[in-house]
Write a protein that binds this ligand. Structure first.
Ligand code: ZN
Length: 226
């Protein structure tokens, strides 16, 4: 091989490697830009399954049904539904463990959530008491009230009464529920039926997947309307 051919081969190889390098860099840039666009438009929801661990919440019967378990079960399903629709979800707990109210709010605030949904089940000594209640803070904005209203509408007609409606403040006394007052984003506390009421428990068990979808749809709809 003469010197001229050797130079030409070296040049060709150089061009080939330059082209490969260029394609790789271009690919990385495209991936990074898509990723940053996605993150920019990301909608983050923090789902807070009430109670957990030693805080069992309300109970039904002879401790055969614990509120903390119902709350977590529904929270995990709502998470799946929200993620299916493109939202990012933060959970304050994903297993049966104690998490303080302070930590729950810290998780949401630190994660810069756009919406905070706290899931509980109600309870009463009157076993006839039933239905859904949604608690917002005394200073709830119109947007917060609209989201709560949408949650109620989406959940209606699925076996649980919605007549208790939306309430402001705190059930026992003045002020707000801790999570509604200490989170930096719109929030609500959803009491999804009474664990002390047999019919509400049956409705909860029969419709839990529908409830998860209804809740996720309401949150996403409210976000998209803004
Ligand atoms: Zn509770």
């Amino acid at each position: 091989m003469d010197i001229g051919k050797i130079i030409t081969t070296v040049k060709k190889n150089k061009n080939k490697w330059f082209l490969r390098g260029f394609v790789i860099v271009l690919f990385v840039c495209v991936v990074l830009s898509l990723y940053s666009d996605f993150k920019k438009d990301d909608f983050v929801v923090c789902i807070d399954a009430g109670h957990g661990g030693s805080s069992i919440g309300a109970v039904y019967g002879n401790d055969e049904r614990l509120e903390k378990d119902d709350n977590l079960k529904l929270s995990l399903l709502v998470k799946d539904e929200l993620e299916k629709q493109g939202a990012s979800v933060i959970l304050t707990r994903q297993s049966d463990k104690d998490v303080s109210l302070e930590k729950r709010c810290r998780i949401a605030n630190f994660g810069r959530a756009d919406y905070f949904l706290c899931i509980h089940r109600n309870s009463s000594e009157n076993s006839d008491a039933n239905g859904i209640e949604i608690w917002v803070s005394n200073t709830a904005t119109d947007d917060e009230l609209n989201t709560a209203q949408k949650l109620l509408e989406n959940l209606s007609g699925k076996g649980l009464s919605v007549e208790r409606g939306i309430k402001k403040g705190f059930r026992s006394g003045s002020g707000d529920y801790y999570i509604n007052s200490k989170t930096n984003m719109p929030s609500c506390l959803l009491e999804i039926g009474f664990i002390s009421n047999h019919e509400d428990n049956v409705a909860f068990d029969d419709n839990i997947e529908e409830y998860a979808k209804a809740i996720a749809d309401a949150i996403i709809d409210s976000y998209e309307q803004k």
